[in-house]
Design a protein around this ligand. Structure first.
Ligand SMILES: Nc1ncnc2c1ncn2[C@@H]1O[C@H](COP(=O)(O)OP(=O)(O)OP(=O)(O)O)[C@@H](O)[C@H]1O
Length: 337
């Protein structure tokens, strides 16, 4: 659906040239929700803004729904952009216009048939659950309601892609959840491909199918959210994941552990507790649970347990093998003393 090839965006500043995006290539599939994660300055906004050519790439190409946007100009580009809606952290609603007028505005700007505007706005208000706020002004809305107007406006011209620029960063956790649920609904029911940028890993965990981690303008790791949560490779990916799923064991506890400390990860349907208790029965080892949880990512369980194994060396080895043979990933975090 979206092809990004060797995209570079540089900015000229008083102090020289700054690279916002550095040789990024990504493919985003039709119908998926794709998250781009990174700290401030990583290049997320620059990349997102290049997708609809709000920023013109310095080099590289952007293809959306089969059209190379970078080759278009003027009217052709304007028409191609109608396929791409965008929402923002600070909503950017027109304060002098009512909710109805804010949404109607994007239809008028796209030359939508005049006689059908009222019906279309009402349909959009129903989609975002805001029918009763039709005639109020933005100042009378909560942050979540403002974002719902932003979403209705972005969907007005039936886009195929929705770009979300930190869309929930200004919202409290409960409102964030309701907006994420709305985005999920839009993705599923309208089959709109969603690309979102965020520094909040819980947003990605909640709704994204795949994700990319950015640092200094580059994509350093990419893949399905589930796989990256199960086996992150880059240090930065681990850091982001630990911001929502932390397995830190206090040093005071570790100090008292003599046996090896292992991390066991169970992917998919086997959540894992059964395998560990069977292992403890089958092998002559004792297990001391230090940490653990079962996370649900895209409704699939991911079980992660940290434990100390106590026993003779070869029995410990047999225990590790026992777990590994049952589709788990075992990592020895610290050897026994
Ligand atoms: N218009 C601009 N002029 C000059 N430099 C820019 C411009 N826009 C972005 N940059 C620089 O490009 C780099 C990437 O910025 P970008 O805003 O894309 O990152 P980001 O990950 O979205 O961060 P944030 O979440 O803080 O917006 C930064 O070094 C930034 O200073």
């Amino acid at each position: 659906m979206i092809g990004i090839q060797n995209l570079t965006k540089t900015y000229k500043t008083k102090h020289g040239t700054v690279k916002g995006v550095d040789e990024v290539s990504l493919t985003i599939k039709r119908g998926e929700i794709y998250g781009i994660v990174g700290y401030s300055g990583a290049g997320k906004s620059s990349l997102l803004r290049c997708i609809n050519l709000l920023e013109r790439p310095t080099s590289g190409t952007i293809t959306v729904d089969g059209t190379d946007l970078t080759s278009l100009k003027g009217e052709e580009l304007r028409l191609a952009r109608l396929k791409i809606g965008m929402i923002f952290q600070h909503f950017y609603l027109i304060s002098q216009k009512t909710v109805f007028e804010n949404i109607a505005f994007s239809l008028k700007a796209a030359n939508y048939p005049k006689g059908q505007i009222k019906e279309r706005v009402e349909e959009l208000l129903a989609t975002v659950g805001l029918a009763e706020k039709r005639d109020v002004y933005p100042a009378q809305l909560s942050g979540g309601q403002k974002q719902r107007v932003g979403i209705a406006r972005a969907l007005a011209n039936n886009p195929k892609v929705l770009l979300c620029d930190e869309a929930t960063s200004a919202l409290d956790p409960t409102t964030t959840k309701s907006i994420l649920n709305l985005l999920k609904k839009i993705n599923k029911e309208l089959n709109i491909t969603i690309v979102l940028i965020t520094h909040e890993m819980n947003v990605v965990k909640e709704i994204c199918h795949r994700m990319a981690i950015m640092q200094e303008g580059r994509v350093i790791e990419e893949g399905s959210v589930y796989d990256l949560f199960a086996s992150p490779r880059a240090e930065l990916t681990k850091e982001f994941i630990e911001s929502v799923v932390s397995f830190d064991v206090p040093e005071a506890i570790l100090k008292n552990c003599e046996g090896p400390i292992i991390k066991v990860t169970f992917k998919g349907k086997v959540a894992g507790e059964g395998v560990i208790s069977d292992m403890l029965q089958q092998c002559n080892v004792k297990g001391n649970f230090l940490h653990g949880s079962i996370e649900y990512i895209q409704e699939l369980p991911l079980g992660i347990f940290i434990m100390e194994l106590k026993g003779q060396k070869d029995e410990v080895k047999r225990a590790l093998q026992y777990i590994e043979d049952r589709a788990a990933q075992v990592e020895v975090l610290r050897d026994g003393r």
